[in-house]
Design a protein around this ligand. Structure first.
Ligand code: SF4
Ligand code: SF4
Length: 97
């Protein structure tokens, strides 16, 4: 662990996967670091759309039948959709790999 005064300044750090330009966040696949994913029991889903409103990644959309669908490239597994679904039809499942 470097001493505080030996640590590089943030301006000197490598850019890595920074989101710098407008619209560039789509290139940062936040789903890469997910450890669990939401799973739906569509028998209980009433198609209210509440889960899609609260997803902080904007990775939930509505399919042609009115059910929510998740884009796993961007779902980070935060489980907010599970908390906000008032019918209890979403659960979290651990990623296998
Ligand atoms: S787990 Fe989080 S990021 Fe993934 S769909 Fe639910 S609210 Fe969105
Ligand atoms: S909040 Fe629950 S019931 Fe409503 S659309 Fe989402 S999953 Fe279905």
């Amino acid at each position: 662990m470097p001493k505080q005064d030996a640590a590089p300044k943030w301006q000197d750090l490598a850019l890595g996967c920074a989101t710098l330009e407008p619209g560039s966040s789509k290139y940062q696949k936040t789903g890469d670091w997910r450890s669990s994913r939401p799973v739906w029991n569509f028998d209980q889903c009433v198609k209210c759309g509440v889960c899609t409103v609260f997803c902080p990644e904007g990775c939930l959309s509505i399919d042609a039948k009115g059910y929510p669908q998740v884009d796993l490239d961007y779902c980070k597994g935060c489980a907010i959709c599970v908390t906000e679904c008032w019918t209890g039809c979403i659960s979290m499942e651990e990623e296998k790999d």
